[in-house]
Design a binder for this molecule. Structure first.
Ligand code: AMP
Length: 563
């Protein structure tokens, strides 16, 4: 197909702001294009040259594109730069400059869409020494072969800024209208969820129609659109959305990965946005090779940063692994761990239609656990109190919250459904007033807090009965230095001191004389079967030590009035 035909389409799309019209214009275009060009035309209308997962991403530097314009137009680069400063649009610069091409430079022949596509691929694929110059030369030849109004779009394509307002879903809509006459794109969208490649879908629609889509299989090495989680306002809503038993997993704050191992043993990693991330995580690929006992698989995990002992580190540290250069040294600097949570394909078979329970049972069998590859923490329960306890534990461990999953739920690719519900710390707001609580004991620390206290057991004062009743475990807000000082500060006693009432679930590792009061900020007060007050402060954070007597601490009545 002649490139001019595509330019005419681009001009039409560029002048259109209605979504419906965009679809119709595209639909009538797709109807009449040659079948052999339809797939590449879908990519080009999106301003791309391949599906996202193939990593053929356009995006030359401004400098290179401007240089190519000045060479092709035979003008000083300062003039091109100035025009760019004035207009801010590389497309207009190209059109303006190339309106008057020097005749000697105009090559014979017409530019076809195919040639444009091939050359853009060539630009992306050129690397190594002298590659900038080679890329610019290819672009110069494209500019020279195109009319000025086409140069406008070539420049924008090369820079990765075509922006015609067309998205993948617009293309699917248009394909549906073109080849079925229907606006309903349900089937196309379902296909796109397991084959996120509009080029493949377009070709099949044009050759075999909608029935042909059924034959598109899940393919190892091609990402599947990830399943997403719904959210609720109150935890109680979970019971309505997922009746019966619930699986609850920790929600890790890292980077989602979909790992594919093909029959040749090659492992490819994709991000949540379906972009390939294999080059960033060569270490993870190695761990998965060794620690997943399967010939072929597609599994999902959250990648988190860890320290040398396997304790997790903040999200910001993991972000340093988002790099193209210096990967090897960052592999050493910032080790990672895969918290594996789902299985989509195993040894030649798709398992997405099996229940969560079946999928994760199989998954746990094929993981050879180590510091770097583990199955995510999980419980199964039908009690919301237990869900809440698990939530609290995950927050205390420094995680983001929990994922509540339907035991019978299938893996719904590309869908934000009720089979997964996320419940995060941020959903819970702070109490207005802080509380002054009496420290009556402590729990030994784990991980980074090994050898010191991990959390303090805190109580309110029941002025009527002259008793101390527990209300929370306090671990957040205490610095490592403070924790190291605490054993010296408190007077340890052998057994539960007089006037202190503790439920068996809350017996601390160490008892203290009830003498110190701490100011604590909490998120909310909820009922609790585990604390002797019958209520618990959720997400307590240490603010400071108070110079108060324990009997001057917040009272039972005060807390009850806050509920
Ligand atoms: P959000 O990004 O807030 O919509 O939460 C969903 C994301 O949580 C997923 O895309 C994963 O990257 C991440 N995640 C962390 N832990 C889990 C888990 N156990 N199960 C599923 N997703 C998880």
């Amino acid at each position: 197909m002649d490139f001019l035909q595509l330019v005419e389409l681009f001009e039409q799309l560029e002048n259109e702001s209605s979504g419906n019209k965009l679809r119709e214009i595209l639909a009538s275009f797709f109807k009449k294009v040659p079948i052999e060009d339809i797939s590449l035309l879908t990519y080009l209308t999106l301003g791309k040259i391949s599906a996202d997962y193939e990593s053929a991403v356009l995006g030359l530097a401004d400098k290179s594109v401007l240089k190519a314009i000045s060479v092709a137009g035979g003008v000083e680069s300062s003039r091109v730069k100035k025009l760019m400063q004035d207009t801010g649009d590389v497309g207009l610069v190209a059109e303006n400059i190339l309106k008057k091409k020097p005749r000697t430079l105009v090559p014979v022949g017409k530019l076809t869409v195919h040639e444009l596509f091939e050359k853009l691929h060539k630009i992306v694929g050129t690397s190594g020494s002298g590659s900038q110059e080679k890329k610019t030369n290819i672009l110069v030849s494209l500019f020279q072969k195109s009319p000025a109004k086409g140069a406008k779009y070539i420049a924008r394509l090369a820079l990765g800024v075509l922006r015609l307002g067309v998205a993948e879903m617009t293309v699917l809509d248009a394909l549906s209208i073109a080849f079925t006459g229907e606006k309903d794109k349900t089937v196309l969208e379902a296909t796109y969820n397991i084959c996120p490649d509009v080029g493949i879908i377009a070709e099949i629609m044009a050759t075999a129609g909608i029935k042909g889509l059924q034959k598109i299989p899940v393919k190892v090495g091609r990402p599947i659109k990830v399943m997403l989680a719904q959210r609720v306002k109150e935890l109680d809503e979970v019971e309505v959305k997922i009746p019966g038993k619930l699986a609850v997993e920790a929600k890790y704050d890292g980077e989602r990965v979909q790992a594919h191992k093909d029959s040749k043993g090659k492992i490819t990693l994709f991000s949540r946005r379906m972009e390939e991330t294999s080059a960033q995580f060569p270490d993870l690929i190695e761990y998965l090779q060794k620690q997943i006992d399967a010939k072929t698989f597609i599994l999902e995990a959250e990648i988190i940063a860890i320290d040398s002992e396997g304790n997790h580190r903040p999200f910001q540290e993991l972000m340093q692994r988002r790099r193209k250069h210096d990967v090897a040294s960052y592999v050493k600097k910032i080790p990672v761990q895969a918290q594996v949570f789902d299985l989509l394909y195993l040894d030649g078979k798709v398992v997405m239609d099996k229940s969560y329970e079946e999928r994760t049972t199989i998954l746990r069998k094929i993981i050879k656990k180590s510091k770097n590859v583990v199955a995510s923490a999980k419980i199964v329960t039908d009690s919301l109190d237990t869900v809440d306890e698990f939530f609290q534990e995950q927050i205390n461990l420094g995680y983001e919250g929990i994922m509540i999953k339907s035991l019978g739920g299938v893996y719904q690719a590309g869908t934000r459904g009720w089979n997964w519900i996320k419940w995060k710390k941020d959903y819970v707001h702070d109490l207005q007033d802080s509380l002054d609580l009496v420290v009556i004991g402590a729990f030994h620390g784990k991980g980074r807090r090994h050898g010191t206290y991990g959390a303090l057991l805190c109580a309110v004062y029941d002025s009527k009965k002259d008793q101390f009743l527990t209300v929370c475990k306090l671990g957040t807000g205490l610095t490592d230095e403070m924790l190291a000082e605490l054993p010296k500060k408190f007077s340890i006693v052998k057994r539960c001191p007089a006037r202190v009432v503790v439920k068996k679930e809350m017996i601390p590792d160490v008892w203290f004389v009830a003498e110190f009061v701490v100011e604590v900020r909490g998120a909310e007060i909820t009922k609790s079967p585990f604390h002797s007050l019958g209520l618990a402060v959720r997400f307590p954070r240490f603010l400071r030590f108070r110079d108060k007597k324990p009997e001057q601490a917040t009272t039972k009545k005060e807390v009850e009035d806050m509920v």
